[in-house]
Write a protein that binds this ligand. Structure first.
Ligand code: ADP
Length: 165
């Protein structure tokens, strides 16, 4: 059995749309891991704004200027996260924690994933100061009501969404 690489982190999310909170986590992940895969997943219980190709493309453009962007990879997840880990050889799942609600959900997911694939462990990064309120859901709601989202998402994401109005 090949050991999944603990220095390769997979950061899965809906990223619908990617926010400054996501970007912050990506930058911090690149400081800690040799390779970081951004995995765009479908979230069955959330109503979406962007399709997976658009979300992946936005992640690519908003990270293109990062100093370590050559250590970033991108994928789309259509099945189980543990299968994505096996396919990409990533031994670490990275997730963000903003509050107790995130923790409740994430701890359940981490335990479930580990029971399906013991070679995978989940690590968390807490939201940076000033970022704990940021969520894609909030951005979608403000956008739908015609509000200003420029303080919540990277510039490339804001201009893409503006072009869709
Ligand atoms: P999902 O639908 O899988 O929760 P999201 O795109 O909403 O996908 O979030 C992906 C990950 O990013 C989650 O672990 C979430 O907790 C984390 N995250 C989102 N926004 C922030 C933020 N502002 N600060 C820290 N982590 C965040």
């Amino acid at each position: 059995m090949t050991r999944l690489d603990p220095n390769h982190a997979i950061f899965p999310g809906s990223f619908d749309p990617p926010t400054l909170g996501h970007l912050d986590l990506i930058e911090r992940a690149l400081e800690r891991f040799e390779l970081v895969t951004l995995a765009v997943g479908a979230h069955p219980t959330k109503s979406g704004l962007l399709d997976p190709d658009e979300r992946e493309q936005l992640l690519r453009t908003m990270t293109a200027e990062l100093a370590s962007s050559e250590r970033l990879e991108f994928m789309q997840l259509s099945g189980l996260l543990v299968d994505g880990c096996r396919d990409s050889n990533a031994g670490t799942v990275l997730r963000g924690l903003r509050n107790g609600t995130d923790f409740e959900y994430e701890s359940q997911m981490a335990a479930t994933n580990r029971s399906m694939e013991p070679g995978v462990d989940t690590l968390y990064l807490g939201a940076s100061p000033g970022h704990a309120h940021l969520s894609s859901t909030l951005v979608r709601q403000i956008f739908a009501m015609g509000g200003d989202i420029t303080e919540l998402v990277p510039e490339t994401v804001a201009s893409f969404l503006a072009s869709r109005r």
